[in-house]
Ligand binder design. Structure first.
Ligand SMILES: [Zn+2]
Ligand SMILES: [Zn+2]
Length: 281
């Protein structure tokens, strides 16, 4: 059962993200049939040795013309879903022929905000919208790439990765974790590439603090599953879906959107998720 949301989100907000995720899942399945992504041997050892996300070490080959097609399809999907911002989407559509795709794809992989700010300025577009659309068009590729390492990540990341708030595959910042139903172990979730990796149950993912009593737990009434873990050392917080009360997994991508009230609660109490997301400055 979805939890009752104490803060009212704009109508259709959660549904939009849920539909976007479904659309991306379909694209990923189509890609899987047509694209061959090489699997990297000893991937976890590599990230551990370099202390960098896998994609930064190996790069990712993305065919420019396939990506352009993905972007065109995503824009059509978005125009249908979000008629309220149709004009901005059409403006982006009109500029899309001028972009240098091989460069643009690499800048997306690097999460290079400066490049997209310049591009937005030169094209008369909003940088937030530009990054949102271009990055979401890349995500089916990132998810296909990340899926190859998922089983390994679940088992072994703990010993290979000491930057728990950063995705060891795509390098994106994570703000969401789950506690597994069967054993309460904590797994971080990347909403960009869908990788999951284990981190210690009681350790701040931002600063590494594990002092007893300095990590606290907040939840809202009538909602045992969605929780906030807050750190008194760095005043950081982490949203968490605990599978144990219901015994059920949930869609973590949607849960992250659904629990914006927890972000608001945390910020109200003076905590921060230390958001240095490249897409949201
Ligand atoms: Zn990721
Ligand atoms: Zn901390």
């Amino acid at each position: 059962m979805p939890s009752e949301i104490p803060v009212k989100l704009p109508s259709g907000y959660v549904e939009f993200f849920s539909d976007l995720e479904s659309w991306q899942n379909e694209q990923q399945i189509k890609l899987q049939a047509s694209v061959n992504i090489n699997i990297i041997e000893d991937a976890l050892r590599k990230i551990s040795k370099h202390r960098r996300p896998l994609i930064e070490i190996t790069g990712l080959e993305v065919d420019s013309s396939l990506y352009r097609q993905m972007l065109a399809d995503l824009l059509r999907f978005l125009v249908k879903q979000r008629p309220d911002i149709k004009d901005s989407l059409v403006a982006l559509q009109n500029k899309a022929d001028d972009f240098d795709y091989p460069v643009l794809i690499n800048r997306l992989l690097e999460q290079n905000r400066g490049y997209f700010e310049e591009l937005a300025k030169a094209s008369g577009l909003s940088p937030e919208l530009l990054i949102f659309v271009l990055d979401h068009a890349l995500r089916p590729y990132l998810r296909l790439y990340a899926a190859q390492y998922q089983a390994d990540l679940m088992e072994h990341t703990y010993h290979h990765w000491d930057l728990p708030a950063i995705c060891p595959i795509c390098g994106s910042k994570s703000h969401f974790s789950r506690l597994r139903a069967e054993d309460g172990r904590r797994f971080m979730f990347c909403d960009r590439c869908f990788a999951e990796w284990e981190t210690r149950y009681l350790e701040c993912v931002h600063c590494g603090n594990d002092e007893p009593g300095k990590i606290n737990y907040l939840s809202v009434e009538n909602d045992a599953s969605n929780q906030l873990y807050v750190c008194e050392n760095c005043r950081g917080y982490l949203k968490t879906y605990d599978e144990r009360p219901t015994g059920m997994p949930t869609d973590l991508f949607v849960a992250n959107v659904q629990t914006i009230y927890l972000d608001m609660l945390a910020e109200e109490k003076g905590y921060s998720n230390h958001n240095d997301d490249w897409s949201l400055k």
